[in-house]
Design a protein around this ligand. Structure first.
Ligand SMILES: [Zn+2]
Length: 478
């Protein structure tokens, strides 16, 4: 799992970083955090931030475990005991919080109960893994404390919710198992494809290709095993710390805007002294088409479900079908986002782009929680995809506030008219793609230089790949 967003908002901020955050600049990946800390606000630090650097980042490798009934039995036993420990500790800490307002985020307060109320769990987990479980609990509470602090300082995003850590329980009140293993208490045999848990002396076969573990210099961290209760499958998630290197390339900045119609719009700084540059537009058409297709299918199922004469067995079969459809549509969307982000970053490297400035529309375009699962468009998911893809290739991504970037001409600063076919007209007599203009404004706000001439390249991202479109219409501001 990527730590970027939450960690950034939770960590103690200082100096230039704090000033940048106050003005709404948010680093979205490891490179951006590093550069913000070293050089301050990307909007006014000139070329200083464009240094070649190395960064340590956290990644997760996920492996699917091939379990036998005996292994499942074992995982359930250990996983349930760990869940019980977490629930009991969180009960105690929640009670403390609600009664006294105090937050217990230490790991030692759980650890010292290992020979008392948690004696049976301690014995089952072993001291190393018991200690690691205590750390997990402590981290949850530490993060809660951080969010509370952020809320008090008004640094919280509208979509962030602050709640004390809860219980590992499903809707029926059943505990959800989790196995936590300390980094030095397991071994991975990549050749024989076995995960060995030392304390229990248990070996579990797995499938899946680890992406990060095999990198030179990769450092293994905590192992977490959970069960997907729907698919009835067990997964091992391994935290891996790797070093990424960043090359400078052309050292250019580029602005990015995310939207529904145009999934992604990107505009570079000038690539030459004539002020010529490139705009990349990724269309949202296939995403919408997918969404309408699935919506229709789901409406058909709902219609059948509303029949009162429907038998119970049919009803549950239909519900299962509906659940699978939702899953499928989400999977396709995520694949489409991943393809678009990978393509975008590849283009950035080719063009010599060394930093991305992403316009964030404050207060709108949120993923509203609760309001149906049908929301295909997920701003934060796409944003995260772009940030991760860029991080992997050494490009920092900063989020900067965007207000009214579509109303003014990026070149002249005057008000523009909305024309037909997604164009805007400037009173100085030129026309531009509305998205290109808005993105250029974001770039300018991020301290980037504005283009005199733009070559627009259009792409259609789909779940199976990205298609280039031949678009004749170039928009050349006069
Ligand atoms: Zn103009």
């Amino acid at each position: 799992m990527h730590r970027a967003e939450s960690a950034v908002r939770e960590q103690a901020v200082r100096g230039p970083e704090l000033r940048a955050l106050e003005q709404g600049v948010v680093p979205l990946n490891a490179w951006a955090r590093l550069l913000l800390e070293l050089c301050g606000d990307p909007r006014c630090s000139g070329g200083r931030w464009a240094q070649a650097l190395k960064a340590r980042v956290q990644w997760t490798d996920t492996l699917r475990l091939l379990t036998t009934p005996e292994l499942e039995d074992f995982l359930w036993r250990v996983g349930d005991a760990t869940a019980r420990l977490i629930n009991m500790e969180n009960f105690r800490r929640r009670w403390l919080f609600f009664e006294t307002g105090k937050i217990d985020y230490s790991w030692g307060s759980a650890w010292k109960r290992r020979k008392a109320e948690y004696a049976d769990i301690y014995k089952l987990l072993g001291s190393k893994n018991f200690a690691e479980a205590c750390r997990v609990i402590s981290e949850q509470w530490r993060s809660f404390l951080g969010l509370l602090k952020a809320a008090k300082e008004g640094r919280l995003e509208p979509w962030q919710r602050v709640r004390p850590p809860g219980y590992r329980k499903d809707k029926e009140g059943q505990r959800i198992p989790i196995v936590i293993v300390r980094s030095d208490n397991y071994r991975i045999d990549l050749e024989r494809r076995l995960l060995h848990l030392k304390y229990w002396n248990v070996s579990i076969p797995f499938t899946g290709e680890p992406r990060w573990l095999t990198r030179p210099g990769a450092k293994r961290g905590r192992l977490i095993i959970t069960c997907d209760s729907v698919k009835k499958r067990w997964y091992a998630k391994i935290a891996v710390e790797v070093t990424l290197e960043r090359k400078l390339g052309g050292g250019l900045k580029a602005g990015i805007d995310l939207g529904r119609e145009r999934l992604i719009a990107l505009v570079t700084e000038p690539l030459n002294e004539r002020g010529e540059g490139v705009a990349l537009l990724y269309r949202g058409g296939p995403l919408k088409a997918d969404y309408f297709y699935f919506e229709r299918k789901i409406a058909e199922i709902d219609k059948m479900l509303s029949d009162p004469k429907l038998e119970e067995a049919d009803r549950s079969a239909l519900k299962e079908m509906r659940r699978r459809l939702y899953e499928k549509v989400k999977r396709r969307r995520d694949q489409l986002f991943a393809n678009a982000a990978a393509h975008l970053v590849k283009m950035c490297l080719e063009l010599g782009v060394a930093a991305l400035l992403l316009g964030y529309p404050r207060g709108i375009a949120q993923d509203k929680p609760g309001k149906g699962n049908t929301s295909m468009w997920s701003y934060r998911r796409l944003e995260r995809r772009v940030a991760i893809a860029a991080e992997n290739r050494g490009i920092p991504v900063f989020e900067i506030p965007e207000d009214g970037t579509s109303k003014t001409c990026a070149r002249h600063g005057c008000e523009v008219q909305r024309g037909p076919r997604g164009l805007i007209r400037c009173p100085y007599g030129h026309a531009m793609h509305a998205d290109v203009n808005a993105t250029m404004n974001i770039l300018a706000r991020g301290g980037g230089r504005v283009l005199q001439r733009v070559k627009v390249l259009s792409f259609i991202p789909t779940a199976s790949g990205v298609i280039a479109v031949n678009e004749k219409r170039n928009s050349n501001p006069a």
